[in-house]
Design a protein around this ligand. Structure first.
Ligand code: PMP
Length: 352
């Protein structure tokens, strides 16, 4: 095994059997029944003895139409995690540095390290906003081949202000990656800044809004030249036929998906307001999850108490910079009610 990998920890998200599972930022709703039917019908017609369309042309055309860009600006992969991996294999690697602003999505730094790159961690402020001075300082000092911004940021939920994305773009010596896995829940998107001469990509996924976490499908929108380079790096036929069909068909349901997004946003605001009535600090979210910190240094105890009520949330309480923080994914109205009731009970028990 490589010496540099020996000390690395893997990426874990415990899957515990519970009644209310609100820990991995999935959609609480299954995809529309009409999508399932259309998928079953098309799957029965697949030439399974043949390799799939290597360029995933129909899928990329559909995604391009959704965003008003060219199919040659779209790169699709097995979840946005594989998009991240392909980007980092292409642009990072030994002798290069990658900048992240912590706390943020752990896989940005993790995959960068797997490629042999050096990760330079910038720091967010106490409320998890990113000071423009820190952004400039890190980029100037590290001269990163890849700079990550995540908007809305996981696990904090905060949207990155457009001014910070523009500032980063004016300073980066390499590629700027804006991870918008939760972009549909936010007020603004960096997609409008994508241009052929701009060294930036925006990442999206079918795992959240599109209710298709099981399908493992994500993509980026970026300059055509960059997409062409990525196609050298990714494995041949990495996108199987079933996934290409699933994604293409999902795009027919854009209207229904948008309605679900609005519903989840309304629930997010209701859950945040409900939590704010308890002795917990709630961070503003532009995503489908909310970060919160029970007062009295009670993070771990509250996580455990919720689990005893069969409610599973993400335990971030021991993560660097996130002392005592927990993260709840917005669920169905019933799940959210169960969570709020359980949290009220647990806070009463824990804080006496
Ligand atoms: N980016 C961010 C910020 C995420 O939170 C996630 C999911 N945890 C991903 C990317 C990866 O999502 P997927 O591979 O399911 O598309």
């Amino acid at each position: 095994m490589r010496d540099d990998l020996r000390a690395l920890e893997g990426y874990h998200s415990p899957q515990v059997e519970v009644r209310v599972r609100l820990n991995t930022n999935e959609s609480p709703f299954p995809p529309p029944a009409a999508w399932r039917d259309a998928l079953a019908a098309e799957l029965s017609k697949v030439d399974w003895h043949r390799y799939p369309d290597r360029g995933a042309h129909a899928l990329r055309e559909g995604i391009a139409e959704l965003h008003g860009v060219l199919p040659s600006q779209v790169f699709a992969a097995n979840g946005s995690n594989e998009v991240l991996q392909t980007l980092l294999l292409t642009f990072a690697g030994p002798g290069r540095s990658v900048a992240t602003f912590e706390p943020t999505y752990q896989l940005h730094g993790h995959i960068a390290r797997l490629t042999g790159a050096t990760v330079v961690e910038g720091e967010r402020g106490a409320e998890f906003t990113l000071d423009p001075g820190e952004l400039e300082r890190v980029i100037a000092a590290a001269q990163p081949a890849v700079t990550f911004l995540c908007s809305p940021n996981n696990p904090t939920g905060l949207e990155e202000p457009e001014a910070n994305v523009r500032l980063a773009l004016s300073k980066v010596p390499g590629l700027l990656v804006v991870d918008e896995a939760y972009g549909q829940f936010a007020k603004w998107s960096a997609l409008g800044l994508v241009e052929e001469e701009t060294p930036m990509v925006v990442i999206r996924t079918f795992s959240k809004t599109w209710s298709m976490a099981a399908a493992r499908l994500g993509y980026l929108v970026g300059p055509e030249w960059l997409v062409a380079e990525l196609e050298k790096v990714t494995l041949p036929y990495h996108l199987d036929a079933a996934k290409q069909i699933a994604g293409r068909l999902a795009l027919r349901f854009a209207g229904e998906m948008e309605a679900r997004v609005q519903h989840i946003i309304a629930e997010r605001e209701r859950v945040s307001a409900g939590m704010a009535r308890l002795p917990v600090d709630v961070f503003p979210s532009g995503a489908n999850f909310v970060l919160f910190r029970p007062r009295g240094k009670a993070g771990k105890a509250v996580w455990q108490g919720l689990l005893e009520h069969s409610v599973l949330v993400r335990d971030c309480s021991s993560w660097p910079r996130l002392d005592d923080c927990l993260r709840i994914t917005v669920g169905t109205p019933e799940e959210n009610d169960e969570f709020l009731a359980a949290l009220a009970d647990v806070m009463a028990e824990v804080t006496g």
